[in-house]
Unconditional design. Structure first.
Length: 482
């Protein structure tokens, strides 16, 4: 992993940029914004995907596979934090003296002097960012934006607007969210994660305090999350807006009903309004409240802000339905931390009715799996009816001896409710064996677990076809030799 040098000054005018790892949701969004700005965009990734094809259609030149020659004569190289420092394109840029920009630095370069709304938090930031963007557009504003996931109602993760507002999902994983000159900071929660970078819970809190303190107009922060409360107590800021279920929250919610699409009551300055969202899950009631608080803080009327946010239809890889096969609904979710898994599975339980929830968990990062195996096991055992655990997606980390997916499955109290299946074909067959009509099958990870979805669908479909095939014996027509 390459940690960004946040002290490096941003470059002056750029005519072209090369993106390494351009197929990711965040990177592809930034690359699209560079195209919108009239720049030449090239890039590379290890495999093609929908983001790559979309960028190609928009005029970018994307190469599959990494090679120093791909760099061409780009004015700058943009990289993601998941990149290894021996990547040949990165090495070539450093050797040639070409500016190398972490994606956050490229995003800061795009934002320029615009009025920035930055959304940070260990969980919920992609959805909250999408809600703010959707709300602003429905209210007639035209913000620029870069989100960490594709917004379903827009079909894109980024866009160039005509206003001076710019909305971004701010990544705390490597400290790069401290780079931005933020006007309004939204903090969804401060649930310690990425301790491989920060080293301690205290350092994680410190980063959020610094992020919030830099906001020039307002800090909108959860009233319920313990970490967020710790950060708020340390802030000396002229405009702190809290949101959540706490009795003293500036924007308070109560009476949450989470059966199906979530609904709740919101209270601002003594005024109560009922809210009905288009997405499920109690956690989305909290996310929506933060987004509404931001819109009201920008001067929009409460009722209009509620109506606008209520039209948010979700983001890709957040409780995203891929198929219904033989009565089994197959979903995918980006959840990769125990708190996120709890929210995703709770959302699934709210809509599954009499059916069951079958989880397919791909542990993400060796360090997180080592440190949180028991927490993952507890959440899955409590909220899923059965869990199939895959092996670890290491991403930017080298393997740690003894750390595999079995570390999670072995922590289950009832071993009959979990399987460790490192082979994806076997995992898909096991899921098909368990699933029945009315169930939800959900893959969970920010790794590449979504790639198993076609295998899951095929395995369930094959099982259904086999069940419908004529039985042997009496149903078969005898041959003439019989």
């Amino acid at each position: 992993m390459i940690f960004p040098d946040l002290s490096m000054p941003l470059p002056g005018p750029l005519r072209s940029a090369h993106f390494v790892g351009v197929g990711g949701s965040g990177m592809s969004g930034i690359a699209r914004m560079f195209l919108d700005a009239g720049m030449t965009v090239t890039g590379s990734d290890r495999a093609a995907n929908a983001n790559v094809e979309s960028l190609r259609a928009a005029g970018a030149t994307i190469t599959i596979g990494h090679d120093a020659a791909n760099l061409g004569d780009a004015d700058a190289l943009v990289y993601t934090g998941a990149l290894w420092p021996d990547n040949p394109e990165y090495v070539a840029a450093v050797e040639r003296g070409i500016p190398v920009l972490h994606r956050s630095q490229a995003l800061a370069w795009l934002v320029g002097s615009d009025r920035l709304i930055a959304v940070a938090g260990a969980h919920g930031k992609t959805t909250s960012t999408g809600m703010i963007i959707t709300g602003l557009r429905e209210l007639g504003a035209s913000p620029s934006f870069v989100n960490g996931g594709i917004i379903q109602g827009l079909g894109t993760s980024s866009g160039s607007g005509s206003d001076d507002l710019f909305v971004v999902e701010a990544d705390e994983s490597d400290g790069s969210f401290l780079l931005y000159s933020t006007a309004i900071a939204l903090i969804t929660n401060v649930d310690a994660d990425h301790l491989d970078h920060y080293g301690s819970h205290e350092a994680f809190d410190d980063a959020f305090v610094e992020f919030a303190a830099k906001a020039t107009e307002a800090v909108v922060v959860s009233s319920d999350d313990a970490g967020a409360v710790r950060v708020t107590q340390r802030l000396d800021h002229h405009n702190i807006v809290t949101f959540g279920e706490a009795a003293d929250a500036t924007v308070r919610i109560h009476s949450i009903t989470s059966l199906g699409p979530v609904a709740f009551t919101i209270v601002v300055d003594g005024r109560e309004e009922r809210v009905q969202l288009a997405v499920p899950g109690r956690h989305n009631a909290i996310n929506a409240t933060g987004a509404i608080a931001v819109l009201v803080g920008l001067g929009h009327e409460l009722g209009a802000a509620i109506d606008a946010v209520s039209l948010f239809a979700g983001t890709q890889r957040r409780f995203e339905l891929h198929a219904v096969v033989d009565g089994v609904s197959v979903y995918d979710d980006y959840a990769h931390h125990p708190t996120e898994v709890e929210a995703a599975l709770s959302g699934a339980r709210s809509v599954v009715g009499a059916g069951r929830v079958i989880a397919v968990h791909q542990p993400h990062l060796f360090s997180r799996t080592r440190d949180m195996a028991s927490e993952f096991a507890e959440v899955y055992e409590r909220l899923a009816d059965h869990t199939v655990v895959l092996d670890v997606f290491g991403a930017r980390e080298d393997p740690i001896p003894g750390v595999t997916g079995e570390l999670v499955s072995s922590r289950f109290v009832d071993s009959s409710r979990v399987d460790f299946e490192p082979d994806w074909s076997s995992a898909a067959e096991r899921v098909a064996e368990i699933a029945r009509e009315g169930d939800i099958v959900m893959t969970l990870s920010c790794g590449d677990v979504y790639r198993i979805i076609p295998q899951l669908i095929a395995a369930i479909d094959h099982r259904a076809d086999a069940a419908e095939a004529p039985a042997s014996g009496a149903d078969q027509v005898p041959s003439e030799e019989a």
